[in-house]
Design a protein around this ligand. Structure first.
Ligand code: HEM
Length: 232
């Protein structure tokens, strides 16, 4: 039997995801270290409207904002740790422990995302709809991932967790894609928030599905089975 374990993602993709994810998480919480004004100023360098109007407005819901920013940032760190092959292979107990932290953090980020998306959407109702939709999606796919792990269907568990992490990284992709709509297409910032929101999540979910299909094909090619017989 061939043991063809060729990489599914290009070598450069993993470090790129780590750098984008860690930078986004750090920027999300930087306001608690350097203050609201610094956060608004930094945001304003690229999105003056968001930095000047929305950043101070979010501070009027400090509890939801804190839970969303800190919970979301820890969630990203826990997710990166979960997908580290070294951690999974060498420290399986730590992998399970991080997984136990990941699930409540995902639920917290999703619930507070829904609260913020309903209460203070910068892009209006056009933003509330995808915020609620993808917030609920994060809850559902994360719980499905947990259920598959409990059922010891580890390949299925991994697939749902890839979808879950793709959703967690949606907001980072939104920030990367928004300049296309604002500067490339000349849309006002508030309006641009709507297509940016959809694009950030849909692009990430599409990439997750491409990765999942490629992995399924590789599993069948190398083992003849779809489902991995061993823990992730
Ligand atoms: C499905 C997942 C998520 C959804 C649907 C979501 C949705 C939202 C919404 C609706 C807002 C208010 C946006 C506005 O100002 O109009 C927001 C703000 C924010 N979210 Fe999320 N969020 C999600 C996950 C995350 C994660 C994982 C992080 C990681 C740190 C995060 C970080 C932030 C930050 C930092 C803000 C405040 C705006 C900023 O300073 O960038 N979100 N989110």
């Amino acid at each position: 039997m061939s043991h063809d374990r060729q990489a599914i993602v290009p070598r450069w993709a993993k470090p790129l995801v780590v750098v984008v994810a860690v930078s986004f998480a750090a920027f999300s919480v930087h306001r608690y270290a350097f203050g609201l004004e610094s956060h608004a100023w930094l945001f304003g360098l690229v999105f003056p409207g968001y930095g000047g109007e929305q950043v101070p407005l979010l501070a009027t819901m400090p509890v939801s904002e804190l839970l969303h920013r800190v919970g979301g940032s820890l969630l990203i760190v826990a997710g990166l740790a979960q997908f580290s092959p070294t951690l999974r292979r060498r420290h399986p107990a730590l992998h399970r422990w991080t997984g136990r932290v990941y699930v409540p953090l995902a639920l917290l980020a999703a619930v507070t995302a829904i609260v913020l998306g309903v209460s203070l959407p910068y892009g209006g109702v056009g933003e509330t709809i995808p915020a609620v939709l993808f917030g609920v999606a994060l809850i559902v796919v994360t719980l499905l991932g947990l259920a598959r792990a409990r059922a010891r269907q580890f390949e299925r568990h991994r697939e749902w967790m890839v979808r879950s992490f793709a959703l967690c990284l949606g907001p980072a992709s939104i920030r990367l894609l928004a300049p296309i709509f604002v500067y490339g297409l000349g849309m006002p910032e508030r309006l641009a928030m709507v297509p940016s929101f959809w694009a950030g999540f849909v692009v990430n979910l599409a990439l997750a599905e491409v990765w999942i299909s490629a992995r399924r094909r590789r599993n069948i090619r190398t083992t003849g089975f779809h489902e991995s017989p061993s823990p992730p």
